[in-house]
Design a protein around this ligand. Structure first.
Ligand code: ZN
Length: 178
């Protein structure tokens, strides 16, 4: 066992450290997402890091701009206002729809997230009030209108493959599998 046996990566150190986040880089990162009240909504801690292709609008704009220029090992907090996140709430996206247009398992009740069949495909919506034949649903993104805070750690960076650039998303564990 030589001195370098503690080097866990089989890639050269220079390759790991010289890359900065810019369009065409696949970013591997850990995050913890909190709302305005400081409550944790989601975290990647305890599972594999998330990955995305930078510059392809695969993450919300506020997160993508906070990532730009960062390097491996960087730890930072990104504060994202609603207009740079999931947008403002649109009251017109609260609607009454026939129950037969909803796809769900179990009991239809307030707070449940179900699939709504629309002319543009299926969309996740939140049930506000359920009746026998119709339901009031909210088609706004659950995080619309919220100021969000992301605690980020950049775990790894690599150049995207040609295939990833063509598909406009990252492949492999944490990314698209196909
Ligand atoms: Zn793909």
């Amino acid at each position: 066992m030589g001195y370098f046996a503690t080097q866990v990566s089989n890639r050269p150190v220079t390759e790991r450290t010289h890359l900065k986040i810019e369009p065409g880089i696949v970013v591997s990162f850990h995050y913890t997402l909190r709302n305005e009240e400081g409550n944790e909504l989601e975290t990647s801690r305890g599972s594999d890091p998330s990955i995305y292709l930078h510059g392809a609008k695969n993450v919300i704009p506020g997160l993508e701009s906070a990532m730009t220029g960062r390097g491996v090992g960087d730890v930072f907090t990104a504060s994202v206002p609603p207009e740079q996140g999931y947008g403002m709430r649109n009251p017109e996206r609260v609607q009454r729809v026939p129950v037969k247009h909803l796809l769900f398992k179990g009991k239809l009740e307030a707070g449940k997230v179900v699939q709504l069949n629309t002319s543009e495909g299926k969309r996740s919506v939140t049930v506000i009030k359920a009746g026998r034949h119709s339901a009031d649903i909210d088609a706004n993104h659950p995080l619309a209108g919220q100021a969000l805070t992301f605690d980020i750690e950049i775990v790894d960076l690599r150049p995207a493959t040609q295939e990833e650039m063509a598909h406009r998303h990252a492949h492999g564990p944490g990314g698209h599998q196909h």
